[in-house]
Design a protein around this ligand. Structure first.
Ligand code: APR
Length: 175
């Protein structure tokens, strides 16, 4: 099961998978960071479709087409803003990963790429966020066999090495 999980370093807008995940905000009307990059690469039609969705709550996920992106779909999710950890941030972040995988499965998506949700503008410490991300993905894949590939796209060396290290630890602990 863990062989389905891949950690790469790069730009998620360039990844050719069935669906890429967007770390959006509750308006779903674009922003900076990966949200801005995805909207810029997908083109105006993405915003047009997002306007019909009437926003998204933190921890939830909504799906649109990918338009000019190599990916067929974009799954928009809203991560928690980090406020020190006492505002249920970890549960909301876990919900993002789980709800994205659920909506992907409902849409018969076989390959999906995630950014490191909430670890940019929203300030979630990547040490904790990467643990939550990997544990949620691993536990979902243990009970759902429809995915062929789940990729985490890291936007830099440091997150890449951190995610690789954590995934290796999870694999070692499961043997
Ligand atoms: N490809 C992959 N990862 C990227 C890319 C990219 N092109 N651009 C940024 N990232 C990474 C960041 O380095 C960070 O690790 O995505 C992660 C999430 O960072 P943000 O994009 O800032 O998202 P987040 O922290 O969830 O904050 C969401 O930021 O852009 C706004 O509209 C967005 O209000 C929302 C908020």
């Amino acid at each position: 099961m863990q062989s389905k999980i891949e950690i790469i370093q790069g730009d998620i807008t360039k990844i050719s998978v069935d669906a890429i995940v967007n770390a959006a905000n509750t308006s779903l009307l674009g922003g900076g960071g990966v949200d801005g990059a995805i909207h810029a690469a997908a083109g105006r039609e993405l915003l047009q479709e997002c306007l019909t969705l009437h926003g998204c709550e933190t921890g939830q996920a909504k799906i649109t087409k990918g338009y000019n992106l190599p990916a067929k779909y974009v799954i928009h999710t809203v991560g928690p803003v980090w406020h020190g950890g006492s505002n249920k941030e970890s549960q909301f972040l876990a919900n993002c990963y789980r709800n994205c995988l659920k909506i992907a499965e409902e849409n018969n998506i076989k390959s999906i790429a995630f950014p490191s949700i909430s670890t940019g503008v929203y300030g979630y410490p990547i040490e904790e966020a990467s643990d939550i991300a990997l544990k949620e993905i691993v536990s979902f894949l243990m009970t759902h066999s429809s995915f062929e590939k789940v990729i985490i796209v890291c936007f830099g060396e440091r997150p890449y090495h951190l995610y690789c290290e954590k995934l290796n630890k999870i694999i070692l602990n499961s043997q």
